[in-house]
Ligand binder design. Structure first.
Ligand SMILES: Cc1cc2nc3c(=O)[nH]c(=O)nc-3n(C[C@H](O)[C@H](O)[C@H](O)COP(=O)(O)OP(=O)(O)OC[C@H]3O[C@@H](n4cnc5c(N)ncnc54)[C@H](O)[C@@H]3O)c2cc1C
Length: 770
């Protein structure tokens, strides 16, 4: 029995009773999602007073010699082998030699430790590989990415028994097994926990012996690599009606390994996601029997599937899609800057028009920000964190910002971007953007429910502790813990309210900022917004309680503010890590101005829509006393950012570092050649402009330029014509038959081990059953 306490018994106790009804309660799946992974820099942001020294002390990730050699060797070689047009429109698959290369060089085993025969790469090494591949072929990158993301490999590493790891990991490492991960089913997409796929514990025969096992029935769809997989990491609900493994009948979500050559497994049919050729399709199982040992983690982990998935998802979300998106944005900016420089209309490069610069400036700054955030997140993961909220931010923000960037790229390219063909280098990115938006937690759910919804609970310094105390079945113990955490929370909130008020009313003049050269001025407002955010979160939780979960629009805006705080922290960190490159300052300033304007706008919208009006007025008075007055980057700043993409420079190189450049006569190679020739010939063009002469031959006749210079200018003109050209086709080249004829051949070659059904392309869609 604890000591009597006036505060606890007379003040906290009634609050305890009230809070039990008001604070959000957690379902089992929500609790498991919240307990998966950990918190990191997000906790500082939620606390309202970020410790900049701590952020700047995070050692940036570096490639090991081995990782660098892999990038320079196999990754480079693979990029040369990938031809996106051929993959997408001629084969509808990767060529057999690419599959073979991927397996031989262990691209599917980047996360598997060396002791099991894998490459054992760091998060950063893994990210760099995906990044480079993405700038050459989306289908190639996705195929390499998926076995290293959420799936059997990651799950075995985190939860497998020693025996399972010893058996399966070497087989995954040398690609004897091609894995896929089956969670989504027709009735259960975003609400994946509502799946009806089932497993029933029973006795059965396995390799000639009678063993306890599971009889599985499932129908999954959208599963990447399913059509060619040999091993499914399958999520299902487990039941034990005969109590063969314990007391519980309804055990819950469980994950098991299911070899695809077992009787009853149906795989092989394909979906065609946004016309991308990576392997994706449905899988079904009818009364498939696997021994209980195939449950990942063994009998001890039955019913723990949801927790396992959430935990494994946290790491995957932070690497795969953010790397692909950062690379896609860098590639789009690289090519669009070059195109805007070489494409002339109204007698000047289109990149000189301010309206085009508006797009280019945004693209350049977005690339800087996305790569900054990718690097910081990889560093966190490499330091042992599994920051679930940050990785949700990365997944949603990176894919959304890629969408904006690719749209900008398409708009600047005009018809050149629209007309598809082997020389079009934007079409694949444009088509594939919605895939990233949808997978690994569709973005609307991620933004409105996960970033802030889970963040508020798990990253908040006190909330989870308070909720745990409130749910404690031992009421006295719960009250004791609640008394301690609640009053610490109150003290924290009061301090934070004073801090937010002081920083808002003083223009953040006294907020802490490290000595970071010209970037120091950005830390103060960022600290100000972090305290405003933390205060608003506390008031929202207090006034809305559990109802906040249903206020998705408010929750999504809180998610946006939190996202900006994280991404802007990453921008400042990158500037510091790269030695404060002065030429990058416009990019840093653009990101900060744009982010500050977004934060103010979202806070303003939250207050305008806050159901509790007095609380909204107080919040506005304390945190936005002068309204949302930030207008974002100035036109001049935007133009300075655009200039970085329009002219060769070290800053341009830094921005688009390590993307794969064009080869041979492909579209990117043509563009890069034209860009190099046009920018090199600029002094000659300037000389002609000043003399008001447009025609090269006339300039030669007037001795404005010599023969060699005229040849240089002609070469530039020809290179531009080649870069601006688009593909055209003879009518029969576009006939569906061509596509149809090529597919069964690939299908047979690549799926000998499975009883493959004909592709939907052949059977129904384009081919009319031919
Ligand atoms: C190309 C591709 C590859 C994939 N690969 C795999 C794979 O390998 N393995 C696997 O298991 N799955 C895979 N998926 C499935 C993917 O994870 C799901 O598509 C995703 O979870 C969304 O489910 P859904 O498509 O059924 O959309 P739905 O759940 O039907 O959602 C439709 C829309 O409603 C929104 N929404 C849903 N609930 C809410 C809510 N409460 N509040 C607000 N908005 C809401 C969603 O954000 C979405 O915008 C893949 C999907 C695609 C397209």
């Amino acid at each position: 029995m604890s000591e009597p306490s006036f505060r606890r018994d007379w003040i906290t106790k009634p609050i305890f009773g009230w809070a039990r009804h008001v604070l959000p309660t957690l379902s089992d799946t929500e609790r498991e999602a919240i307990e998966a992974g950990d918190v990191w820099w997000d906790a500082d942001l939620f606390a309202g007073n970020p410790d900049w020294a701590k952020l700047l002390a995070v050692a940036p990730s570096r490639l090991t010699d081995e990782e660098q050699a892999f990038l320079d060797g196999p990754v480079n070689e693979l990029c040369h082998m990938l031809n996106d047009w051929q993959i997408t429109f001629e084969l509808c698959d990767l060529p057999p030699e690419v599959w073979d290369f991927l397996k031989r060089h262990k691209f599917f085993a980047m996360i598997i430790p060396k002791e099991y025969g894998g490459l054992g790469f760091s998060a950063f090494g893994h990210s760099e590989v995906i990044r480079k591949l993405s700038t050459r072929s989306t289908s190639g990158a996705v195929t390499a990415m998926v076995p290293n993301s959420l799936g059997p490999g990651e799950l075995l590493l985190q939860f497998g028994t020693k025996a399972q790891q010893d058996y399966w990991l070497p087989r995954l490492a040398d690609a004897r097994e091609i894995p896929c991960f089956g969670l989504t089913s027709p009735e259960a997409g975003s609400d994946a926990a509502s799946m009806t796929d089932s497993g029933v514990v029973c006795r059965g025969t396995w390799e000639g012996r009678e063993v306890v096992g599971i009889r599985l029935n499932w129908h999954k769809r959208y599963i990447t690599l399913a059509p060619v997989a040999t091993l499914i990491g399958l999520a299902f609900k487990l039941y034990d009606p005969d109590h063969l493994i314990g007391e519980r009948e309804d055990i819950g979500i469980t994950v098991a390994l299911v070899p695809t050559d077992l009787p009853g497994v149906e795989i092989g049919r394909r979906h065609l996601p946004a016309l991308q050729a990576f392997q994706n399709g449905p899988t079904r199982g009818h009364d498939v029997f696997v021994p209980i040992d195939n449950v990942i983690g063994g009998v001890a982990q039955v019913g723990e599937g949801w927790k396992m998935l959430m935990s494994a998802l946290a790491a995957g979300r932070g690497i795969s899609l953010p790397s692909l998106s950062a690379a896609g944005a860098a590639f789009a900016a690289h090519t669009t800057g070059a195109y805007a420089r070489i494409r002339e209309q109204f007698h000047q490069p289109i990149g000189r028009f301010p309206a085009i610069q508006e797009r280019l400036g945004r693209m350049a700054a977005t690339v800087y920000l996305l790569d900054a955030a990718r690097r910081l997140t990889c560093a966190g993961i490499d330091h042992g964190h599994k920051p679930a909220v940050i990785t949700a931010i990365m997944k949603e923000q990176a894919t959304e910002r890629l969408r904006v960037t690719v749209n900008d790229a398409m708009d600047v390219h005009g018809g050149k971007g629209v007309q598809d063909g082997p020389h079009n280098y934007l079409g694949t990115s444009y088509r594939s953007v919605p895939i990233g938006i949808t997978v690994e937690g569709a973005n609307i759910v991620t933004r409105s429910l996960i970033q802030f919804g889970q963040g508020a609970i798990r990253s908040h310094p006190y909330l989870l502790k308070e909720m745990t105390a409130l749910e404690d079945p031992d009421r006295a113990r719960g009250l004791e813990a609640f008394d301690r955490d609640f009053w610490a929370h109150v003290a924290h909130s009061v301090t934070n309210a004073l801090r937010a008020w002081g920083r808002a009313w003083s223009g953040a003049m006294f907020a802490p900022a490290p000595a970071a050269g010209q970037a120091s001025r950005f830390y103060r407002p960022l600290g100000r917004y972090a305290s405003a955010f933390a205060l608003a979160v506390d008031v929202a939780l207090l006034s809305l309680g559990g109802a906040l979960k249903r206020q998705e629009m408010i929750s999504a805006r809180f998610g946006d503010v939190l996202s900006e705080l994280y991404l802007l922290s990453a921008v400042l960190k990158r500037f510091e890590d790269e030695g404060r490159q002065e030429a990058d300052l416009p990019l840093v300033a653009w990101c900060m101005q744009s982010g500050f304007a977004t934060i103010e706008a979202r806070l303003d919208e939250i207050f305008a829509n806050f159901p509790n009006r007095p609380a909204a007025w107080i919040l506005r008075f304390l945190t936005l006393p002068f309204g949302a007055h930030r207008r974002g980057p100035s036109d001049r700043l935007t133009q300075a950012c655009a200039d970085i993409l329009l002219n060769p420079s070290a800053a341009r190189e830094r921005l688009t570092v390590d993307i794969f450049h064009g080869i041979g006569d492909d579209g990117v190679a043509r563009l890069e050649r034209a860009f190099a020739l046009v920018t090199a010939a600029e002094p000659l063009r300037e000389r002609m402009r000043r003399a008001r002469v447009r025609d090269v031959d006339q300039a030669k006749r007037q001795a404005l330029i010599n023969d060699a210079e005229a040849a240089q200018l002609h070469a530039a003109v020809e290179a531009v014509a080649a870069a601006v050209a688009v593909d055209d086709f003879a009518p029969d080249e576009l006939s569906p038959r061509r596509v149809v004829d090529s597919i069964p051949l690939q299908w047979d070659q690549l799926n000998r081990q499975t009883q493959s059904a004909p592709s939907p392309l052949v059977g129904e869609g384009w081919g009319g059953g031919s």
